[in-house]
Design a protein around this ligand. Structure first.
Ligand code: SAH
Length: 426
């Protein structure tokens, strides 16, 4: 979601005539996009923000824009007070405060407008400068903004606001424009993406949107994330199975493998419902890959309850598990009412136990690709190797001197490991 927001602000700046600068110190406008989903992300965002102070001291004319969940949608007077050197504060997904500020400023400074103007976008969590130079193969389109589901631990609804689906015409226009720029794959984004259209009955639901997007020439692959177990419908599964451009990959977090913990988290389903859903997804979409998110050390999680999560992952053998240690977020239900009582060292132990289990599961799944030939969409060259993905979203590297960017080519898998695979053009 943040990558998509960063791209949105980049393209708004390019419309204004700004050019991308790979060197932050050379930029006239610096955007810092932030995430606060866990304390570690928030800490990195503050670290980055502090590192911008000397830049501003040296060149006071630089425009600094703080954007994203650190700012949120509510009053941010405390932030303004704490960081007076930030010129513009923008909520998530919204470049307009920056655009308005720049337009106003330029109206007063003709000289500024005549010189080349450069911008840089940083992601506070990933700690990577956004690279607008490379011709993108993959595009992201937020289709549902915000979230209205109140998971006990989660700060996103407070910072991104209530759930709101975007009009289908707007999404299709954006997809066409990405296709015209050479983008081959689009991922539709939403906190609960399978709720697309529920808040606006005149809109299609997600499967309808996928059908419409499938018609766009040039777009070869479609994905969507994140799904919530309660909103994954048979119609959506059918669309994934039927539409050749929709890739067989489902991101459907279960967060915990214990009913009491799930209840405390306010997730709204049981372990057995999740298990049956995984079976159903696998039955309806042959060869599908499934990803989950897991939080360890939620308040009150006992050793036995954690073991249930471990056992569930061992049983289901999912393709990806994004693991997180519980981090209390100010204002959320769990932060207000449940003591953060699992010690940090114990959270780490549980985290590492799942990490090790999952590594072995993934190694085994990847080994099953050995000697198979799979269509890979190539995204970028990293050193001597081209990086691409299988339809199931697995990363494959291929050594080649040819320009493979944006091509879908059959690749024979010759080596596999838990993190990636190596292949050769078939
Ligand atoms: N809306 C999506 C993803 C939200 S954020 C969903 O509901 O699945 C991505 C992941 O961060 C979540 O799935 C969750 O596993 C993790 N997360 C969110 N809040 C957290 C917290 N307070 N502590 C630790 N992990 C958290």
């Amino acid at each position: 979601m943040n990558v998509a927001d960063s791209e949105r602000v980049s393209s708004a700046l390019e419309h204004l005539g700004y050019e991308y600068s790979p060197v932050i110190e050379d930029a006239d406008v610096i955007v810092l996009n932030t995430c606060v989903v866990r304390q570690s992300a928030e800490d990195k965002a503050y670290g980055r923000l502090t590192s911008l102070l000397p830049v501003k001291r040296k060149r006071p004319e630089v425009v600094i824009n703080l954007m994203g969940c650190l700012v949120g949608i509510k009053d941010n007077a405390p932030l303004r007070k704490r960081f007076p050197y930030v010129d513009v504060f923008s909520p998530p997904s919204d470049p307009s405060p920056l655009v308005e500020y720049l337009l106003q400023r330029e109206a007063y400074s003709a000289e500024q407008a005549e010189t080349a103007r450069r911008y840089a976008v940083m992601d506070g969590d990933l700690l990577l400068p956004h690279n607008a130079d490379a011709q993108p193969v993959i595009g992201w389109i937020p289709v549902v903004y915000g979230c209205s589901h109140a998971c006990a631990y989660c700060i996103i609804p407070y910072r991104r606001g209530v759930e709101k689906s975007r009009p289908p015409e707007e999404i299709i226009k954006e997809a066409r424009s990405l296709a015209a720029q050479g983008v081959k794959e689009i991922t539709l984004l939403g906190q609960i993406v399978d709720r697309y259209g529920i808040d606006e009955p005149s809109y299609p639901r997600l499967e309808g949107l996928l059908r419409q997007l499938s018609e766009i020439e040039g777009i070869e692959r479609l994905r969507f994330l994140t799904s919530h177990p309660n909103w994954m419908t048979d119609e959506l599964l059918r669309a994934v199975a039927e539409l050749p451009k929709v890739m067989p990959h489902i991101e459907i977090p279960n967060q915990a493998g214990d009913d009491q913990v799930l209840k405390n988290m306010r997730r709204g389903y049981t372990v057995d419902q999740y298990r049956r859903l995984v079976w159903k997804i696998r039955e309806r979409i042959p060869g599908v890959s499934i990803a989950t998110d897991i939080i360890v050390g939620f308040p009150g999680e006992t050793e036995e309850q954690f073991q249930h999560t471990y056992d569930l992952l061992a049983e289901l053998k999912l393709d990806v598990a994004h693991l997180a240690r519980y981090s209390p977020r100010a204002g959320t239900l769990s932060e207000r009412t449940m003591p953060d009582d699992v010690p940090a060292s114990e959270k780490w132990r549980r985290f590492r136990a799942l990490e090790k289990l999952q590594e072995n599961i993934v190694r085994e799944i990847h080994a099953s690709y050995l000697d198979k030939t799979v269509p890979i969409l190539f995204e970028e060259k990293i050193k001597k190797r081209w990086k691409g993905r299988t339809p199931t979203n697995k990363i494959v590297f291929v050594e080649s001197d040819a320009d493979l960017r944006g091509q879908i080519l059959d690749v024979k898998i010759i080596r596999t490991g838990p993190w990636s695979m190596l292949g050769e053009l078939a």
